[in-house]
Ligand binder design. Structure first.
Ligand code: G3P
Length: 237
């Protein structure tokens, strides 16, 4: 399963790049707006930091506008994925863009029927919003499982990109469900590293190591002090 960062914050993306395990980045209009920077410049900076798919979402509603914007974004960088909402116009635009070789991430997916439609339209990936389904007391992970099952059953090439992930268990469950990609905020990615037994074990290893080194040094000092006067060092024999 690939791991994407779901953010437009360049500091977080720099930190993610340093970790060496980030495969791509998703953004959405809310995340970009939060940063208060130019959209085009932000997307290109992200593409310069991460060598993988970078998702740029349209903010238009009609098929023609989405085609215009999608074609424009795709020219910005070879790694751009055009994000389109799953509406009638969005799916129709996806069909055309996919035919032109432009990769589309079909977003705001809340049902298996929507996922089926975008696969038929040739989407590069679909984004079920797990956390937002959980928010209305349904099981977001069930939606991921359903989509993975349907895509496998019919051999669709469209990938399942699980989005709106809020905590580490979501990531584990996505992996178990067979999602192709999981996108998450930096704080969730960062938390995947944490385990108290790793910290405890590492502390113990280093204490044992340093204690043994100190004992060896003390032993060497004592041995040097007990050499008879005028004795040759062992290496000279
Ligand atoms: O990628 C979609 C994601 O950004 C939505 O997350 O937490 O706003 O539901 P959230």
């Amino acid at each position: 399963m690939k791991l994407f960062l779901d953010t437009a914050n360049l500091d977080e993306i720099r930190k993610g790049a340093e970790l060496g395990i980030v495969d791509g980045v998703t953004t959405n209009p809310s995340l970009v707006a939060r940063e208060g920077r130019d959209f085009h410049d932000t997307i290109l900076e992200i593409a310069s930091l991460i060598d993988g798919p970078v998702n740029a979402e349209v903010t238009t509603l009609t098929k023609d506008e989405m085609l215009r914007d999608g074609r424009e974004y795709a020219k910005w960088h070879k790694n751009i994925i055009v994000k389109l909402p799953i509406t009638r116009d969005g799916v129709a635009a996806c069909k055309v863009l996919a035919g032109e070789g432009i990769k589309c991430n079909m977003t705001l997916c809340f049902s298996a029927t929507q996922a089926l439609l975008v696969a038929k339209a040739g989407a590069w990936c679909v984004s079920p919003f797990v956390g937002r389904v959980d928010d209305v007391a349904w099981d977001g992970m069930d939606l991921v499982r359903q989509i993975v099952f349907i895509y496998e059953e019919y051999d669709f090439d469209t990938q399942v990109l699980a989005a709106s992930l809020r905590h580490p268990l979501h990531v584990v469950q996505c992996a178990e469900a067979g999602a192709d990609i999981a996108t998450m905020p930096f704080k969730v990615l960062d938390s995947l590293y944490n385990h108290p037994l790793t910290d405890k074990g590492l502390k113990q290893f280093l204490e044992d190591w340093n204690k043994a080194k100190a004992e060896a040094a003390e032993h060497a000092t004592k041995s040097a002090g007990t050499q008879p006067a005028g004795a040759k060092p062992a290496s000279a024999n």
